[in-house]
Design a protein around this ligand. Sequence first.
Ligand code: NAP
Ligand code: G3P
Length: 488
Amino acid sequence: MFQNICGDHQTYCNLLDGNWVKPTSGDYIEIFSPVDGSLVGKVPAMSREDVDRAIANARENLKNWAETPIYERASIFYRAADLLESHAEEIAHILTMEIAKDKKSAVYEVQRTADFLRYTADAGKGIAGEAINGDNFPGGSKTKVSYVSRVPLGTVLAISPFNYPINLSVTKVAPALIGGNTVLLKPATQGSISALYLARVMQEAGLPRGVLNTITGLGSVIGDYVVTHPGVNFINFTGSTEVGKHISKLSAMVPLMLELGGKDAAIVLPDADLDFAADNIVSGAYAYSGQRCTAVKRILTQDSVADQLVPKLLSRIAKLQVGDPRDNAVIVPLINTKAADFVMSLIDDAVAKGATVLTGGTRNGNLIQPALIDHVTTDMRLAWEEPFGPVLPILRVKDMQDAIDIANRSEYGLQSSVFTKNIHDAFFVASQLEVGTVQINGKTERGPDHFPFLGVKASGMGTQGVKYAIEAMTRPKAVVFNLDANSQ
Ligand code: NAP
Ligand code: G3P
């Protein structure tokens, strides 16, 4: 897809004003594979000067793009979706090598992105305003009518994380573009090659020059500069709570959407179908080595239930394929050594304080065997911190209310699951949990992508999900007609 546009087949450039440009500094960042340490490619280390150019160009193209009919914008999305599908194997391979995502999940991420583009194209055609008569408010009159339309905010800065470098880029880029904004995409460095493939697809689909520009480079180096750039009108960020909070301190009246960390609980009540619950919990906790914000990251259940649930969990964990994502292993090397070190530190802390490792928890490089840790108590870091790795703690609670109380003590509030056959208990628990979404008898997960997806507390602010994201990145504009003949 890149045909050596930027030099050799492993050197990439950034999209700026419809051209693939090299960094003014000449500096590149080498991206090595977490799978086998091989060089996946080199991406530009963009400088502040490059950021200035990219944002200035995005702003120069605002007017033309905002005036492009929505059906024309939508037609580009349909073509982009078709291109993604036709290049799915090629792009999925890049994903697998760049972030160690298993091949099946990588192909699914590309397909999911194509689906998202089509759905957003259709949803964009539904962007509408309203007309409001003045006389339905005391003192108003029929001679006053407000015509309200939705208009773009301007240039959107989209910052995406490593674990879904294509899909969590498009969930920002597509709603922003269909709403008439121009976009600057800053992908996670480990994942930036995959994200550049998305930009290439959008360009090949006919996206006009300067409507989508990309900047690769370490967030720790250019992040603050781009976040505080006066040319940015909206910041759409997905990543860690730490960075999200940092950005929110810097953003100074620029509207934000933040999708951050999570510590999703699976609350298993005594009447639950434990085989069904075990299926969902293991799938939800260990897919992609637990590197999902919506992964199940703690089990809250009573002793009697835990004693029955544990063997069911262990038998399923034992069947998880561990190793090379190219062979569709779901337990794969973590994204980097720092991540693996962090996971092991949580396990070590729990064991030191009396927890029991029922299985896994051993490490070979950045590959950690899927771990199930029982008798985790609230004095342990693993009870509260987000591992972003294949480790699942069991906290034994006194009763349903205790489970709710512990669930709500988390700083996070992304999602929670509750497993029970009693619909009254299900709705009661759901009503009490301080989270964005409660899954009743299902694992915690973002999809389907037209659902509202949001975190509260330390898990974020604002709501993703197609129509919610379009609404967040557009605004009302009112034109009031004063029709009183005397005012002529
Ligand atoms: P991260 O380290 O916070 O990085 C996220 C993005 O922010 C990357 O593009 C990163 O660039 C950039 N960044 C870093 N420092 C920045 C700064 N000062 N200013 C602007 N941008 C900056 O997160 P990650 O490791 O990619 O993803 C894992 C975390 O994200 C986990 O906590 C997970 O829960 C969360 N996450 C949440 C969701 C959700 O939907 N709620 C989804 C996925 C992930 P670099 O890569 O160059 O550092
Ligand atoms: O961590 C990324 C978040 O978007 C999870 O998505 O579909 O794996 O629940 P999903």
